[in-house]
Design a protein around this ligand. Structure first.
Ligand SMILES: Nc1nc(=O)c2c([nH]1)NC[C@@H]1CN(c3ccc(C(=O)N[C@@H](CCC(=O)O)C(=O)O)cc3)CN21
Ligand SMILES: CC(C)C(=O)C(=O)O
Ligand SMILES: [Mg+2]
Length: 276
């Protein structure tokens, strides 16, 4: 199993970190086979797997179920799991209960939390207790209601400076890495240069220490709206639809199953078989 220190070493050597989400055993085993450095069980699963229109309805139980499945599918890859909406703000003990469930029940190797001011103390305490924590700044989807939509963050001098300040605070609190989402390329570059810990970008330009994308977006699986920062590396929806269309047609026309996919017994009385 990879350790958090190996990602720090990758940054120090200038080796880029390739991270992708996975939500179940097959997606996890496929991304592991493809050589991904780190898997994120993102709360984006609410949108791409569960059909919600935001990440707000995702529960700790949802995250535990999917993280367990991912761990079964990818036994040799470092797995980070998102703590979902309002499972790490009410109190330090709530935060500890949530992280404990993700680490002990679900088997996550680390947890990810969104924001800065509200989570710096939690990151410090979790790290002290031995939980590797990844931060998440910029566009933080759990705050979509406050941000007023999924918009690019850090576009002016003041908000960019605040992002850098927040990023340093997370590093200082003990975060082992940081996701920075939907910011101008220049902001992604400066934050990556100014921090010692690896900065993983999504919609943050090419200069970050690594990249993360949502599995379904990257492989073209599903009909969800795709943000501008997504590149489609495959288009698996098309072969799925074509395959299922052919199945439907063959069932309707009694072309499936053929003898090849059927069972037979020498014992069957021909009378039961209608004599044919
Ligand atoms: N399928 C999926 N992919 C994601 O990357 C993702 C999720 N879902 N759900 C959780 C969050 C939400 N994310 C999003 C969703 C939409 C935009 C988006 O449409 N942004 C506009 C930018 C608008 C502006 O210029 O301010 C875009 O055109 O890309 C960005 C991030 C990223 N995360
Ligand atoms: C988009 C990534 C960073 C995420 O948090 C998620 O998939 O939930
Ligand atoms: Mg998330």
């Amino acid at each position: 199993m990879k350790k958090t220190s190996s990602f720090l070493q990758m940054k120090q050597k200038g080796e880029k970190i390739a991270m992708m989400t996975a939500y179940d055993a097959p997606s996890a085993s496929l991304v592991e086979k493809a050589g991904i450095d780190m898997i994120l069980v993102g709360d984006s699963l609410g949108m791409v797997v569960l059909g919600y229109d935001s990440t707000i309805p995702v529960t700790l139980e949802d995250m535990i179920l999917h993280t367990k499945a991912v761990k079964r599918g990818a036994k040799d890859t470092f797995v980070v799991a998102d703590l979902p909406f309002l499972t790490y703000h009410a109190s330090l003990s709530q935060t500890f209960e949530s992280a404990k469930a993700m680490m002990q029940q679900a088997g996550a190797d680390a947890v990810k939390v969104e924001g800065a001011a509200g989570v710096v103390e939690s990151i410090r305490q979790l790290t002290n207790a031995g939980v590797p924590v990844m931060g998440h700044l910029g566009l933080t989807p759990q705050s979509v209601g406050v941000l007023g939509g999924y918009k690019v963050q850090g576009k002016d001098e003041e908000s960019a400076a605040q992002l850098l300040k927040d990023a340093k605070a997370l590093e200082h609190a003990g975060a082992f890495a940081l996701v920075i989402e939907c910011v101008p390329e220049q902001v992604g570059k400066v934050i990556s240069e100014q921090l010692n810990i690896p900065v993983i970008g999504i919609g943050a330009g090419v200069h970050t220490d690594g990249q993360v994308l949502v599995y379904h977006d990257a492989i073209g699986y599903g009909e969800a709206h795709v943000p501008k920062f997504v590149k489609r590396y495959a288009s698996v929806s098309d072969p799925i639809v074509t395959g299922v269309e052919t199945y439907v047609k063959e069932v309707k026309q009694s072309q499936f199953p053929t003898k090849e996919h059927s069972f037979f017994t020498k014992e069957t009385p021909l009378s039961l078989y209608g004599g044919k």
